[in-house]
Write a protein that binds this ligand. Structure first.
Ligand code: ATP
Ligand code: MG
Length: 768
């Protein structure tokens, strides 16, 4: 099995990869060995994911590289098998494999001990018997040198005797420590006779009661690296000052293999705490339901929330590897999640806040009528349909009705018409209220001539989702929001981070979902149309009691609400966007200038939707870009889609684009002609943003041309079908949505480069 999912695709370049490439070129190393060294004292979180992607990713540079998984288990009090197991599960789930290279620092305890004896014999280490307070006081300050310990000149024989007795458990904790004898005046505080060992009468989850002394991180970590032949030891920036000590231990112990340490910036996310100590507190004090609570930034939590491994890897790749710490907007992670789910999550309808609608002209007592709906929208190259029962009584979303709506409310209101998704046009004839004036039911009529076509004489502007009252399945739906309401929950040392918890981070409602999901396995993902992405809870959901977790809503409703306050003093100031993508006022009330109106009408004539025409005509620069693009490639609707979804988002973070409208038109042309897929198109777009290159140049440089060669794709498909006989069987039994699984897998294996239509066609011909 490969140890990296990106194999085949261009590996992201970064400064550490550059160093490694140079070391391979110069012959300093003939292969790369990296490691991921978690301490098994908690679950992995998204910050670890960054380190995992980086370390496993780097190990694919050159030939025969590998990445080890090493548990850094030198603190017996906090470590546990539960964590060892969860960490392995999470890394594998992310898509990485260490094969036989699983190690434990505790497996090296004997060797650490022998080398400590050697250091003592060489006069490089001594047993100190000062109290911790004395040691601290004598360490000096950044401006003042420290003082020598009165025990510093103990004889080798005395040191050996004391150290051996420490190891045998003859002394209480704190009585003695082993220290390196380096330099109490060193400008680097880490070099002022650092601790190598301390006494702990603790039970270790792997070595039991054998040891009464445990090595310090700075001593154990570098030696473990060396024992394993690690070439590049990558860690986060806070270890920069430890590097000198790392090198000292390697040199003075004389171990043959000399690894080098490199530091990168750790990941920080806003609205999130990432310290394991704090996450542990949330779990132990029951602020969340466990380490895998879907609100937790842990891998286990994100998995349960419905995030996909590829979305997390994509995020880690997008944020890159830097030398300076910064805080990443959690919206970026959600962007990667939406982007990934969009491509394969089947669409179904679910009503979360039901309002009953009786269709008075649907004969009472008549059996429901079966409508069909595609599982995927037309721009996603997956096929599949579901049956949707349509009956006299349906539920719609309460927010899709207004008794006294503003003009631009294109949903249901007294006397107004709306289309039921995948169904008919209905008109609201009567509003039924209860004694206190609340609307409890709508009485509507449906137009039997409007299935799949618009009435010739009326314009229907809105489409809403709905379900049949009798046939819908009720489900517990868990609506998750951010766990913290403050952008920097642990930014202020004087305030408990728990004071910033978002009291509305979980809302549980009863939803009504289409019956087609009934047989799906727990852990299945969906887009509930117009709502967001959801997963049936892998732990709590079962066919009799469905439970869904909201993975992410369709649009980032939070950033709109929080935006005015969200100027982050901590991150580098963002240039103010010229064309602002934030709708400053709710769209329904935005007035157009006469100029904007002209553009709007023109765009509507080109076939753009109301919303697209509205957004594009709102800003001169955006309108100009759109027109240049449409001049370069004749597909105004397709281009509008890119402008609204990608360009406006990109303009949020930057002042103008580094390429012109013609380049955008060219990009859409490459997609329309089938040179690249739409998904790859997004990567090309990102690359154009960062490099300013034209799309064709990016495609050539990165080798992104679509694979439309059946001969290249067939072996992959054959192998997939052979490896998943159960899924193939279910497809043949009529579960057509299994198609999505197969297509998705082929796309993954080809780095998204396979021609999706062709893949679809090939799979169908093999399965049917
Ligand atoms: P703690 O919060 O308990 O100090 P830790 O997060 O450093 O622990 P480890 O188990 O020691 O946890 O981490 C394993 C590896 O993951 C280390 O190499 C560490 O540098 C890396 N790592 C941890 N947090 C982040 C982060 N936020 N961003 C990038 N890498 C991280
Ligand atoms: Mg750590």
């Amino acid at each position: 099995m490969s140890n990296n999912r990106n194999e085949g695709a261009a590996a992201p370049s970064n400064f550490i990869r550059n160093i490694i490439e140079e070391d391979l070129r110069s012959g300093k190393h003939d292969r790369v060995v990296t490691r991921f060294p978690p301490e098994p004292n908690g679950y992995l979180h998204i910050g670890h994911a960054k380190s995992i992607c980086l370390n496993f990713g780097l190990s694919t540079t050159g030939e025969n590289g590998r990445c080890h998984l090493r548990f850094d288990d030198t603190n017996p009090e906090t470590e546990d098998m539960e964590f060892v197991e969860s960490i392995q599960r999470d890394i594998r789930w992310l898509g990485f494999e260490w094969n036989e290279h699983l190690y434990f620092a505790s497996g090296y305890f004997d060797r650490f001990y022998e080398l400590a004896i050697k250091l003592i014999e060489d006069g490089k280490a001594y047993v100190d018997s000062q109290s911790l307070e004395e040691m601290r006081a004598n360490r000096g300050t950044v401006t003042q040198p420290g003082k020598h310990s009165p025990y510093r000149e103990r004889s080798v024989a005395e040191n050996l005797d004391l150290f051996e007795r420490m190891a045998r458990g003859e002394f209480p904790e704190g009585a003695h420590v082993l220290r390196a004898k380096i330099d109490m005046a060193s400008p680097n505080m880490k070099m002022r006779d650092p601790l190598l060992y301390r006494i702990r009468h603790a039970h270790h989850y792997r070595t039991g009661d054998k040891w009464h002394i445990y090595p310090m991180y700075d001593y154990a970590h570098c030696l473990s690296d060396s024992f394993e032949g690690v070439t590049h030891s990558v860690c986060t920036l806070e270890f920069e000052n430890n590097r000198e000590l790392y090198d000292w231990v390697i040199r003075e112990t004389g171990v043959p293999c000399v690894p080098r340490q490199y530091e990168f910036a750790r990941l920080g996310l806003n609205y999130t705490v990432m310290s394991k100590r704090k996450l542990k507190q949330l779990v132990e004090e029951n602020f969340v339901s466990g380490w895998d609570d879907p609100r937790m930034p842990t891998i286990a939590g994100m998995r349960r929330r419905g995030y996909t491994p590829s979305a997390i890897r994509d995020f880690c790749e997008r944020i890159g590897v830097a030398k300076a710490n910064s805080t990443v907007d959690i919206g970026q992670l959600e962007f990667s999640v939406r982007n990934d789910l969009n491509a394969f999550a089947p669409r179904v309808m679910c009503v979360l806040d039901p309002l009953k609608v009786t269709l008075t002209n649907f004969p009472a007592g008549k059996k429901e009528e079966m409508l069909t709906g595609s599982l995927y929208p037309h721009d996603i190259p997956l096929e599949g349909e579901r049956e949707i029962p349509f009956s006299r009584e349906i539920y719609i979303e309460r927010s899709d009705f207004m008794e006294d709506p503003p003009k631009k409310f294109h949903r249901l209101a007294p006397g107004r018409e709306v289309r039921l998704r995948h169904g008919y046009v209905v008109r609201c004839d009567e509003v039924i209220k209860n004694g206190s004036g609340a609307v409890v039911e709508l009485r509507c009529s449906y137009d039997p001539d409007t299935l799949g076509k618009n009435p010739p004489d009326r314009k229907i502007k809105g489409t809403i989702h709905w379900v049949s009252v009798n046939r819908a399945l009720s489900a517990e739906v868990r609506l998750y929001d951010r766990l913290f309401k403050d952008e920097r929950p642990d930014g202020d040392k004087d305030v408990d981070f728990k004071d910033h918890l978002n009291p509305d981070s979980l809302k549980v409602v009863t939803g009504y979902v289409e019956p087609c999901v009934a047989d799906d396995e727990p852990g299945s993902r969906y887009q509930f149309e117009r709502q967001g992405y959801f997963i049936s809870d892998p732990v709590d959901s079962d066919p009799d009691e469905l439970v869904f977790n909201r993975t992410v809503s369709l649009r980032d409703s939070w950033s709109k609400i929080a935006e005015p306050a969200a100027e982050q003093p901590k991150t580098a100031p963002k240039p103010k966007p010229k064309a602002t993508a934030k709708p400053a006022a709710p769209k329904a009330t935005r007035e157009r200038t006469p100029q904007q109106q002209v553009l709007y009408d023109k765009y509507r004539d080109l076939g753009l939707s109301d919303e697209d025409a509205d957004l594009i005509s709102a800003e001169d620069t955006v309108a100009g870009l759109f027109e240049d693009a449409a001049a370069a490639h004749d597909n105004p609707k397709g281009i509008a889609n890119w402008v609204v979804n990608e360009v406006l988002r990109a303009l949020k973070d930057r002042d103008g684009l580094p390429f012109d409208g013609a380049a955008l038109g060219e990009l859409v042309k490459l997609i329309d002609e089938g040179t690249i897929s739409g998904k790859i198109g997004k990567d090309v777009f990102e690359e154009m943003l960062s490099s300013g290159e034209g799309p064709a140049a990016v495609v050539e440089r990165k080798g992104l041309r679509q694979v439309s060669d059946a001969g290249a794709l067939e072996p992959i498909i054959d192998q997939l079908i052979a490896a998943n006989p159960d899924k193939a069987a279910r497809y043949r039994e009529g579960k057509k949505s299994m198609m999505g699984f197969f297509v998705g897998q082929v796309m993954k294996q080809t780095g998204g480069k396979a021609n999706p239509q062709l893949v679809n066609q090939l799979i169908r011909s093999k399965l049917d």
